[in-house]
Design a protein around this ligand. Structure first.
Ligand SMILES: CC/C=C\C/C=C\CCCC/C=C/C(=O)SCCNC(=O)CCNC(=O)[C@H](O)C(C)(C)COP(=O)(O)OP(=O)(O)OC[C@H]1O[C@@H](n2cnc3c(N)ncnc32)[C@H](O)[C@@H]1OP(=O)(O)O
Length: 303
């Protein structure tokens, strides 16, 4: 991802993203409902809908992996590809990331990807998670999260990788890293992202307690930048985007890189070890049992 200055952000480390897209429709372009010209054409994949507005240089990217936008391997892969596509298109300067699923922004890791799976699958899955975080955290585009639903754990990480967060004011839309409550541990790079956003002491407390913050508290602790009525989330996200786009790209991009590079580099240096840690941790019998019990609890809660 080369900047105008020639500075490179994240290395093109990914994987074989296309190979993962069995049976998906990525790359298909279709007119948006009621749309006409180029700026109204949307594209995307099965799980990521992209509504580009060429005139403003802003694309709205909607997660649509019902029921809760759990980060399946396919969703992670499609997100990386959609992001890359927009980054490579000079028309675009910003993305508003939001959810197409009612009441949920993103439920975090798809627990079915790490429950009862073999180590090779868990490793592939975790590498895809690392890749999305690296791409988003270091994206040259402005990323604004329009958080229109619950945003726990991996969902919070997606939001924290953006430059700015607008949360709908609904007490059910809690946000935070609740990993400890599942008996798992946020790896160092998620912890670093938290610390970079809300500071050390607040992170220390929130991570250990697995806190999920309702909107007013999320605003107070600095986890989100604005809390607005639900019907104003998109318009506020657009206003925020305009504020960020008012800054010359090269200056903003280099500043973003300066602020975030050390955190990303830390993962890049230890990526394989981090994957091994993750795999050996989640494949332990005790962790598998607690993840299984958590999933079961979620499923029973329904009825
Ligand atoms: C040494 C260290 C090394 C390694 C570290 C180890 C681990 C690293 C951790 C990495 C960091 C990230 C972690 C995560 O993201 S873990 C996932 C955490 N997510 C949650 O806790 C959220 C769980 N979900 C909910 O709370 C609710 O579903 C939610 C989002 C509030 C929505 O509520 P609601 O609308 O009422 O929907 P339901 O609860 O009825 O759910 C509908 C349906 O979806 C299933 N589901 C929900 N969440 C998940 C999920 N995360 N993964 C898979 N499936 C999920 C739920 O079971 C229901 O399924 P059903 O079959 O009954 O329809």
């Amino acid at each position: 991802m080369a900047l105008a200055s020639g500075v490179r952000f994240a290395p093109r480390a990914l994987l074989r993203p296309w190979a993962l897209l069995r049976g998906t429709t990525l790359g298909r372009t279709e007119p948006a409902a009621g749309g006409g010209g180029d700026g109204a054409r949307r594209f995307g994949s099965q799980r990521v809908l992209v509504e580009p507005d060429a005139a403003s240089g802003v694309a709205v990217m909607k997660l649509r992996n019902p029921p809760v936008n759990a980060l399946s391997l396919e969703l992670l892969t499609e997100l990386v590809i959609s992001l890359e596509k927009l980054e490579n298109d000079k028309t675009f300067r910003g993305i508003i990331l939001t959810s197409d699923c009612p009441r949920v922004f993103c439920a975090g890791l798809d627990l079915t990807e790490i429950c009862g799976r073999n180590p090779a699958h868990c490793a592939e899955y975790w590498k895809a998670m690392q890749e999305l975080w690296l791409r988003m955290y270091l994206s040259s585009l402005v990323l604004v999260a329009a958080i229109n639903g619950a945003c726990p754990a991996g969902g919070c990480i997606i939001a924290l990788s953006c430059d700015c967060r607008v949360l709908a004011d609904n007490p059910k839309y809690r946000i935070g890293l609740n990993e400890t409550l599942l008996g798992i541990i946020a790896p160092f790079w998620l912890k670093d992202t938290y610390v970079n956003t809300i500071g050390h002491r607040a992170s220390e407390q929130a991570l250990q307690l697995g806190s999920l913050f309702p909107p007013a508290e999320a605003l107070q602790v600095g986890l989100v930048d604005q809390v607005v009525p639900e019907d104003q989330v998109q318009s506020t996200a657009l206003s925020e985007m305009a504020r960020w786009l008012a800054v010359p790209d090269h200056a903003r991009q280099l500043t973003k890189n300066m602020m975030r590079k050390a955190t990303a580099d830390r993962l890049l240096r230890q990526r394989d070890a981090d994957t091994q840690n993750f795999v050996s941790f989640v494949c332990r019998d005790s962790i598998q049992k607690s993840l299984q019990a958590y999933l079961e609890k979620l499923r029973q809660r329904k009825g």
